[in-house]
Design a protein around this ligand. Structure first.
Ligand SMILES: Cc1cc2nc3c(=O)[nH]c(=O)nc-3n(C[C@H](O)[C@H](O)[C@H](O)COP(=O)(O)O)c2cc1C
Length: 323
């Protein structure tokens, strides 16, 4: 059970908040949102929080299968006052190795924020990502040519300008950056200086850098450069706003991220146009998405790995007794 829960806790989450808690009763696991880890500035409706729970759920299901359990997921509780996901594990009758390749990718997967090497991804591998994405109510779109990527670069740049021009966004981001090894050790969460490619510095200096030297313009330019070094962009949409649709999207995204990892394909979020509500509308109109909500945009490509991101000890995310 510990191995299964540890795999769930290795999931990605917005700003590495790790906004989950797990309650275990026998073979029944309840996944609960930890609302003390919300991101009100960048994620006021909590969609990224529930996408992150969906990622944790997908890891849990993949790891359970690898340990010889079928996982039956009950997500009906997500629509209630106190949203929760329940997973019932049952020992498998026959051994099933379907998830095994993905199991090994769980500790390997990472968000890799460096520039990539510009190489294209073979179409057979793009098709594997596409088929990994399949999930009820979730849309998956790939953009591989400059004609379709460039209009999205403009929206990413505009999103960056608006977010870094908003003091509440910058303040929240600074509060989740761990600027030196001591902060990393004490908290085991957030965005470390190493994963962001920054040197180790004291917090006061980090704040000065983030508020004076990281400007809306400089961020927009570096995001555009990063996208142009990548092979493709991928967008995830959901037909249903609300925790259930968001969790489904998270499962789809995590399966794609794990599949990409098995193919040595790196990924990094470029969510800015999905996070700023007017730009999300513009993105929806531009891509003629109808009623679908575009919620995650990532670039993919090839490059060396970055340092790993920390996770809190399991004891901190386990609830004693029934939920
Ligand atoms: C829903 C969601 C939204 C995210 N948004 C961003 C983002 O806007 N920018 C970014 O650089 N990373 C983003 N990330 C990546 C997280 O910061 C990353 O998963 C976390 O720091 C843990 O690192 P890891 O993915 O390398 O394990 C997002 C992840 C999730 C699940």
């Amino acid at each position: 059970m510990r191995r299964i829960l540890a795999a769930a806790a290795q999931a990605p989450s917005g700003h590495n908040t790790q906004p989950w808690r797990f309650a275990v009763e026998g073979l029944r696991i309840t996944i609960l949102p930890d609302l003390s880890r919300r991101l009100p500035a960048v994620d006021p409706d909590d969609h990224a929080l529930f996408i992150s729970l969906g990622c944790a759920l997908e890891n849990l299901v993949v790891a359970a299968r690898d340990e010889g359990y079928d996982a039956e997921v009950d997500d009906a509780g997500l629509d209630g006052e106190a949203p929760a996901l329940v997973v019932q594990l049952r020992p498998m009758q026959a051994v099933d190795s379907r998830g095994n390749g993905l199991r090994a990718a769980i500790p390997e997967r990472q968000s890799t924020r460096r520039t990539y090497d510009g190489r294209a991804i073979p179409s057979a591998d793009l098709r594997r990502l596409e088929s990994a994405s399949r999930q009820d109510g979730v849309g998956f779109h790939l953009f591989t040519d400059a004609g379709s990527i460039e209009p999205l670069v403009e929206l990413v740049e505009e999103g960056n300008r608006r977010q870094f021009g908003d003091p509440a966004f910058v303040e929240e981001l600074v509060s989740w950056i761990r600027f030196n090894p001591r902060e990393v050790r004490d908290r085991q969460d957030g965005l470390t200086h190493a994963v962001m490619g920054l040197p180790s510095i004291p917090r006061w200096l980090g704040r000065v850098v983030m508020t004076r030297f990281v400007t809306p313009g400089s961020q927009a330019r570096s995001a555009a450069r990063a996208i142009r070094s990548s092979a493709a962009l991928m967008l995830f949409t959901t037909d249903r706003a609300g925790p259930r649709g968001w969790v489904h999207l998270g499962r789809s995204f995590e399966r794609v991220a794990l599949t990409a990892t098995t193919l040595d394909i790196r990924q990094a979020h470029m969510n800015m146009p999905c996070e700023v509500s007017e730009l999300r509308e513009e993105l929806r109109r531009h891509l003629q998405l109808g009623a679908a909500h575009p919620l995650l945009l990532l670039r993919i490509g090839y490059g060396r790995p970055m340092p790993r991101s920390p996770r809190r000890p399991l004891a901190e995310v386990l609830l004693e007794g029934p939920p």
